[in-house]
Design a protein around this ligand. Structure first.
Ligand SMILES: NC(=O)c1ccc[n+]([C@@H]2O[C@H](COP(=O)([O-])OP(=O)(O)OC[C@H]3O[C@@H](n4cnc5c(N)ncnc54)[C@H](OP(=O)(O)O)[C@@H]3O)[C@@H](O)[C@H]2O)c1
Length: 301
């Protein structure tokens, strides 16, 4: 099985190329602006800007994948709100280019989506619930899902609050960084979701591919908690000063994009069909420590 991971320089993409050999997949990755982040030899590594249909075609010609996971996106939720044209170009047009390349070769297309396709009025959500995005990022992800459904061989994996302590850009890492610097951090108490450890998500995605599953799956960590509870768990694990965490309402943060508040996802389908155990936050932190995956925070716990 030749597996092309688009966005291998991102947190999920990196975890996927690391996990792939466990499933006997021959992984190849792409990066857009950060070639070094996932350069773990002997990985074959291509530059790709997925908004360029010709470059997508040329990478597929070289990689000849049997399956392609699209783990690349414009993931800055407020950025998507303030630059909708860029969000559309990357998350919709880019997705269409990759989907078309998959269609031409009958390659499995795995699209990574989000609980932000839901409005956050009555989460946690199951695969059967009706999407109704309330911000532009969510709208682009829903468009991406519709494009994926047009590819005969497809999987849509919805996830949320992805974290990995080896990566600089996620809620948990930024939080730990700021607490370590002695800064006060405002954390919303009214945003509920299911924090998901990237290597655990990558394992579940590889199993879905290996088991030839098709359709839509919710794959998230098994804890449903608000951001403040998540922040507290992280602070306590790394023995950081939890008094610096200040509970606030999402509205107080005056962010550009609205956030679905009562979000998170039900994982009954994934639990029933997969062997991969979906981890709670504390379990994920313990496993990250055991496997030496705490990055620069390792010395702190
Ligand atoms: N993070 C979350 O909490 C979360 C929650 C729900 C769903 N998701 C979804 O999960 C997937 C993975 O998220 P992540 O957190 O791992 O993302 P990430 O760390 O922000 O990485 C984004 C990846 O996209 C690549 N990329 C950006 N623009 C590109 C373009 N024009 N062409 C090709 N590649 C491009 C980046 O490449 P360079 O860095 O090399 O530029 C990077 O590899 C995304 O689809 C995201 O929407 C994430």
């Amino acid at each position: 099985m030749r597996l092309l991971v688009i966005g291998a320089s991102g947190q999920l993409g990196r975890a996927l190329v690391e996990e792939a050999p466990e499933w006997d997949f021959e992984a190849m990755g792409t990066y857009e602006s950060r070639p070094a982040a996932s350069a773990s030899p002997p990985l074959q590594h291509f530059h790709l800007d997925m908004t360029d249909a010709k470059e997508v075609e040329s990478v597929f010609e070289k990689a000849k994948p049997d399956a392609c996971v699209l783990a690349a996106a414009y993931t800055n939720v407020d950025g998507c709100e303030t630059d909708k044209a860029m969000a559309d170009r990357i998350n919709v047009e880019g997705t269409r280019n990759v989907a078309e390349a998959c269609k031409r070769r009958n390659c499995l297309f795995v699209f990574i989506s989000s609980d932000y396709v839901f409005d956050g009025k009555k989460g946690p959500y199951s695969e059967e619930d009706e999407p109704n995005p309330i911000n532009h990022y969510g709208r682009t992800k829903l468009e991406g899902e519709k494009i994926a459904l047009g590819v005969k061989e497809h999987l849509v994996v919805r996830t949320t609050i992805v974290f990995d302590f080896r990566e600089a850009k996620n809620f948990a890492t930024r939080l730990a960084e700021r607490l370590r610097a002695g800064e006060q951090v405002l954390v919303p108490v009214d945003q509920v979701g299911s924090p998901t450890w990237a290597p655990n998500l990558a394992e579940a995605i590889c199993e879905l591919i290996s088991e030839k599953k098709r359709g839509t799956y919710h794959v998230v960590g098994r804890d449903l908690m608000n951001r403040f509870e998540f922040a507290l768990t992280v602070a306590r694990f790394f023995a950081l000063d939890e008094r610096l965490l200040k509970p606030v309402k999402t509205a107080d943060l005056a962010q550009a994009a609205r956030r679905p508040l009562k979000a998170g996802m039900k994982i009954n389908k994934a639990k029933k069909e997969l062997q991969t155990k979906l981890l709670g936050v504390k379990e994920a932190l313990d496993e990250a420590e055991e496997r030496g995956m705490l990055g620069k925070f390792a010395e702190q716990c």
